[in-house]
Design a binder for this molecule. Structure first.
Ligand SMILES: [Zn+2]
Length: 411
């Protein structure tokens, strides 16, 4: 094991992956993870290591079953040597990810590649003790179902609100409804009573980590990235030089509470006119309902979800399009301070609204073109989340696996 950037006092007894000897080994393993299938020559090109060094490292990684090799017949009819490609061994290790959302909690088992093998979701309980006991039961069940329990590296837990990631304490969690200063880490560890490292982090930050680890980006992988998670509230995760940025009180990334209008409607944070007030899913749904009422459509009393608004917008419903576009206007305005303060290469928008990309993206770009100098606006790429599964859940898995890889992402 090489560099571990932060030592978790709860987990010192379990240091695995002694086989990774040096930084070059970590580097090669990560290149295989990101670029697989990949040949030794390509690894040498990506890492700028000598070919002979790469060969030695790959031999060790093969011995320790971190990677495996598949031969592919040469394309030319005259034969020639088979090309050999390296893949990450998905069975080398497993991780359990837990995503505690505002309504549901999902527990998932993933392989070393971050592929989710199975998952289960339960509704949250208003009482944190009861809720975490339920989560513990689900974790134990999924652990039992693992192909090799002894190869489960740990449990990553995504929480919403202001989180102390070392203790797993929710310092402020109005969206969870569990109150402030809840020792989720201690409660879950007690309910689980397992000798497995358990890590905690804020969900938006984990979504950013997930994009960094498992996102499908144009090469090279982004090093400076902001993930804006648009749901009931708006949170963000910031990656700077490949590392999650926490801020001095673990509070970095609360762009949802940047005020766009100090005279605007009240926000749960105590401020007024925050981005969240105008651009959260709740705001978009409410705007859509108002537009329909204004059109004289009073027939719809059934609850409307964000998915409904997005689906209707994509089908051409003019009120849904107008509501989504107005949200996009606010999102564009909210991104101005993000772009000027962080100067990210990539901004990823997550949440159901990102599925209405063709409606929101042109409007976000229009606002940025008028409010950000061209140097900044042309430099930043703005994309919808590239992940199929819940980004914060994927990030919780990446949080565990990143320890195994001794790789970027640790704060
Ligand atoms: Zn606010």
């Amino acid at each position: 094991m090489t560099t571990v950037k932060k030592i978790d006092i709860h987990n010192v007894e379990r240091a695995t992956h002694q086989a990774l000897r040096d930084l070059n080994e970590v580097l090669v393993l990560n290149v295989v993870r990101e670029r697989q299938p990949i040949s030794r020559i390509e690894i040498a090109e990506w890492t700028e290591l000598e070919g002979s060094t790469v060969s030695k490292i790959v031999a060790r990684l093969l011995d320790n079953e971190y990677v495996y090799e598949l031969g592919v017949a040469a394309a030319s009819p005259n034969g020639g040597r088979k090309k050999r490609y390296l893949h990450l061994n998905p069975d080398k290790a497993y991780a359990i990810g837990v995503d505690v959302g505002s309504r549901m909690t999902t527990v998932a088992l993933s392989d070393f590649n971050g592929r989710i093998l199975r998952s289960s979701s339960t509704e949250n309980d208003a009482d944190p003790q009861r809720a975490l006991e339920k989560v513990a039961v689900n974790i134990r069940k999924i652990l039992q179902s693992s192909p090799a329990k002894e190869r489960v590296e740990g449990i990553g837990v995504s929480l919403i609100g202001l989180i102390d990631p070392v203790e797993g304490r929710v310092l402020a969690g109005e969206s969870l409804g569990w109150g402030d200063d809840v020792p989720v880490g201690a409660m879950l560890r007690q309910a689980l009573n397992l000798n497995l490292p358990t890590y905690f982090e804020n969900g938006a930050r984990l979504a950013a980590l997930a994009e960094l680890w498992f996102g499908h980006h144009a090469s090279p992988q982004p090093r400076d990235l902001v993930f804006l998670d648009i749901e009931e509230g708006i949170g963000a995760g910031i990656v700077i030089r490949g590392q999650l940025y926490h801020g001095s009180l673990h509070g970095a990334g609360e762009f949802g509470h940047i005020s766009l209008d100090p005279e605007g409607p009240a926000c749960i944070c105590g401020g007024r006119g925050c981005l969240e007030v105008f651009a959260s899913d709740r705001a978009t749904i409410e705007r859509y309902r108002e537009l329909r009422r204004a059109e004289g459509n009073h027939t719809e009393d059934a609850p409307v979800t964000m998915r409904d608004v997005v689906a209707r917008g994509l089908q051409g419903d003019p009120q849904a399009i107008a509501a989504l576009r107005q949200t996009a206007t606010y999102l564009g305005r909210g991104l101005v301070p993000v772009i000027y303060s962080v100067n990210p290469g990539v901004i990823v928008l997550g949440g159901v609204i990102s599925e209405a990309w063709e409606i929101i993206y042109p409007e976000i770009r229009r606002v940025l073109a008028s409010q950000v100098t061209r140097f900044y606006s042309s430099h930043v790429s703005i994309i919808p989340s590239t992940l199929k599964d819940i980004p914060s859940l994927v990030g919780a898995i990446a949080l565990v696996l990143s320890r195994a890889f001794s790789a970027p992402g640790l704060g």
